[in-house]
Write a protein that binds this ligand. Structure first.
Ligand SMILES: *Cc1c(COP(=O)(O)O)cnc(C)c1O
Length: 430
């Protein structure tokens, strides 16, 4: 079933797909008459029944608003909501649950830092260092902030292998650098960026560091304290959790010193008509009724991942990734963007690619008609695609629920699709 030289026993032990598939009801269905193959986990993850059950149980048995009212249901909802925060804190290695701020998604968490910290700390001529591989969520908030504050944006390029160009990064750092914000694991290139090293270098010139952990968190253990960064953001729906929930981790002293982001109920201590005082961390940053059920669902998802073991998830996904690359690289005219797993074994379980003579959207459409879901387009990384000189790539992104056989099916159907598209002779591609 796999070409990796492992004993059958080890292999079976690592086959997390066999172990977990019964937990994912959505994956057990047919699409266009074929068993569904889901390979778009980098866009959003599927949810185990443990998460679905937690959502249903919350609404059936405990639903009430949090942090107000003395009644039993409100106390129960508050307790479950705050327990969810503690679960997130443990998952990322935070020193205290006060350092976890719930948000609507990772995008909102980045905007929180841009507005709360950026507006007060960025001055004309200050520099913000990002990279060309950033998700639009880590580009646009800083563009808005640069326009408001007069700060200047700098962008680290990539190497020919599709990794962060560390020489370029070093050259961009200087005494005017106030912030470095970068993606931990690229959703398009799949490269794992050396977050601890990038952070240490930024701190060396006195800059703060924000890390976009959306794609790293679901696939490997992450410890924010070991990374040494100042803020780290994650997304619930990428972590087998519900949509509508994300989070910001921040160092307590930094969060303490930051102004509130949005104003309203829940985030205040006392309100007068003309002025107010703020609630303690983390509530200062959580205006209005939060996504209670979603936070509880996210905690159930993190418990699920923790029980499986992030190390085991990573190990199984490494095997899947090598198998994926071996098969894709055998397709004539196919180019993968991002480091080869033989060069960077720690890279993410995804592959963005183009094939000469076949457009990404056409390949995705033909694969869909064979029951296989992959993504095509720019994956919210338009500047990166421009740097790679392609308008669109196809992307297969895996999780621990995927099997070796599914990768075989992808490769087979892709070959067929490419053959068909070349026969039909797309314009401009010989
Ligand atoms: C998905 C993703 C985001 C945006 O996350 P949302 O929670 O959907 O806002 C940001 N960065 C990366 C790398 C992502 O993969």
């Amino acid at each position: 079933m796999t070409t990796t030289p492992m004993s059958a026993a080890t292999e079976r032990q690592l086959d997390l797909a066999r172990l977990t598939r019964p937990d994912f009801p959505l994956l057990d269905q047919f699409l266009q008459g074929r068993p569904l193959v889901y390979m778009d986990h980098a866009a959003t993850s599927q949810k185990p029944r443990q998460v679905i059950d937690a959502l249903v149980e919350y609404y059936r048995c405990h639903n009430a608003n949090v942090h107000r009212g003395a009644h039993t249901l409100s106390a129960r909802a508050t307790e479950a909501f705050e327990a969810a925060r503690a679960t997130v804190a443990r998952f990322v290695g935070a020193a205290d649950a006060r350092e976890i701020v719930f948000s609507r998604n990772a995008t909102e968490a980045i905007n929180l830092v841009a507005y709360s910290w950026g507006l007060d700390h960025l001055k004309p001529g200050d520099e913000v260092v990002l990279s060309v591989m950033e998700h639009h969520s880590n580009l646009v908030p800083w563009q808005l902030m640069a326009r408001r504050t007069g700060a200047v944006l700098r962008h680290v390029g990539i190497t020919p292998q599709g990794e962060m160009d560390m020489e370029h990064y070093k050259a961009l750092l200087n005494g005017r650098t106030r912030l470095v914000s970068f993606v931990h694991l690229s959703n398009t290139l799949g490269c794992l960026n050396p977050a601890a090293e990038i952070t240490a270098m930024a701190h060396g010139v006195g800059a703060h560091v924000l890390v976009d952990g959306c794609q790293a968190l679901p696939h490997r253990p992450v410890d924010v304290q070991a990374l040494g960064c100042d803020w780290y953001v994650g997304s619930g729906h990428k972590l087998c959790g519900p949509t509508g929930i994300g989070f910001l981790w921040g160092r307590e002293d930094l969060l303490e010193a930051m102004a509130p982001f949005l104003g309203g109920g829940e985030m205040i201590a006392a309100v007068q008509l003309g002025k107010s005082t703020w609630a303690e961390l983390p509530h200062k940053f959580e205006a209005g009724t939060p996504a209670i059920a979603e936070a509880i669902g996210l905690a159930a998802a993190l418990d699920y991942l923790t029980a499986l073991g992030l190390e085991r998830i990573h190990a199984w996904e490494q095997q899947l990734t090598q198998h994926l690359f071996d098969h894709l690289q055998a397709v004539d005219g196919l180019t993968i963007y991002g480091p080869d797993p033989r060069q960077q074994p720690d890279r993410g379980a995804l592959a963005s690619f183009t094939v000469a003579g076949a457009h990404a959207h056409d390949m995705a459409a033909l694969l869909d008609s064979a029951g296989i879901c992959i993504r095509s387009g720019d994956h919210c990384t338009q500047p990166l695609h421009r740097a790679l000189q392609v308008t669109a790539t196809a992307r297969a992104s895996l999780s621990f629920t995927n099997t070796m056989e599914e990768i075989d099916r992808l490769a087979h159907e892709l070959q067929e699709a490419v053959h068909l598209l070349r026969q039909n002779g797309e314009p401009g591609l010989g």
